[in-house]
Design a protein around this ligand. Sequence first.
Ligand SMILES: NC(=O)c1ccc[n+]([C@@H]2O[C@H](COP(=O)([O-])OP(=O)(O)OC[C@H]3O[C@@H](n4cnc5c(N)ncnc54)[C@H](OP(=O)(O)O)[C@@H]3O)[C@@H](O)[C@H]2O)c1
Length: 289
Amino acid sequence: MSGYKTFAVAGAGAIGSIIVDELLKEKAAGKVDKVVVLTRSAAGNDALLAQGAEPIVVDYDSPPSLQSALHGIDVVISTVITTALNVQEPLGDAAKAAGVKLFVPSEFGGDTRQHTEGPYALKAIQRRRLGQIGLPWAAFVTGPFADAIFYVPHLGFDIANGKIEVGGTGDSLASFTSRRDIARYVVHVLTSLPASKLHNHEFRVEGERTTVNRVLAGYEARTGKKLDITHIPLDALKERGKGLPFNIQYFIASILELGGTNGPEDEMNVEWPDFKPQTVVEAILSYKP
Ligand SMILES: NC(=O)c1ccc[n+]([C@@H]2O[C@H](COP(=O)([O-])OP(=O)(O)OC[C@H]3O[C@@H](n4cnc5c(N)ncnc54)[C@H](OP(=O)(O)O)[C@@H]3O)[C@@H](O)[C@H]2O)c1
């Protein structure tokens, strides 16, 4: 047991809501005492309340609002949207002031270390900042969401309509993990490892290490559905996105093609040998929009 019993999730969206769900399972089992959800709006919180979470409306521009919401909280799990990563600065400061013991920054993607620009670079800066203010952190490198990424047409993946555009060859190995498995892993380690194994530790989580082409072939074999697949060179993808504020399809395709694993295989999931994650095809088939 980690000894951490009270949790606040900031921004319960695509990944955060599933982490909340897993925390509430542990609350029902008696391992967790309290699950707070920090949100900017009082509207739409009925489902969280019904599940047993405590929504608290916060203003990220108001340190007193954040500090008061974090009173008595052991662990903050930030799952704020990529475009609002900056709110983690006031949130981290408030957490430190409120006596929070551990901060999980909103990462939940690929390895941020080689990036000098874009959202991954900002995530790396945010993680370093936690160290600078003396707030212990635990970060999760997960790779793309195995269940959701193939349903995002602006990434070239429109599996719901059978149309796929792969950037590059599609033959490079990459790590994928479903949101449910990420949430299971996060909650498992936060509620079972001692503080000494959580503080300032990067967890490398991997549902399956495979290639985009193998996933698509596996999906076709499993479902009997034929996908309309085209391949486009990375350079062409880069050129096509010129002028966009952020060329997200090129960004994700480059990660999958040029360095998409979360590290050496023997460094994956080491904190939970009995993890048993879904394969990517299973995750795709379990996706609920
Ligand atoms: N690996 C992958 O494939 C993958 C895919 C998607 C996302 N991610 C990562 O996962 C993390 C969470 O992403 P997500 O897709 O789960 O996020 P999301 O669902 O789009 O948003 C999460 C929450 O952020 C809050 N939020 C939105 N705008 C905000 C603002 N301007 N200021 C403060 N809070 C704001 C909202 O909560 P309230 O409205 O309740 O305040 C929202 O529910 C990010 O770090 C993202 O990069 C990874």
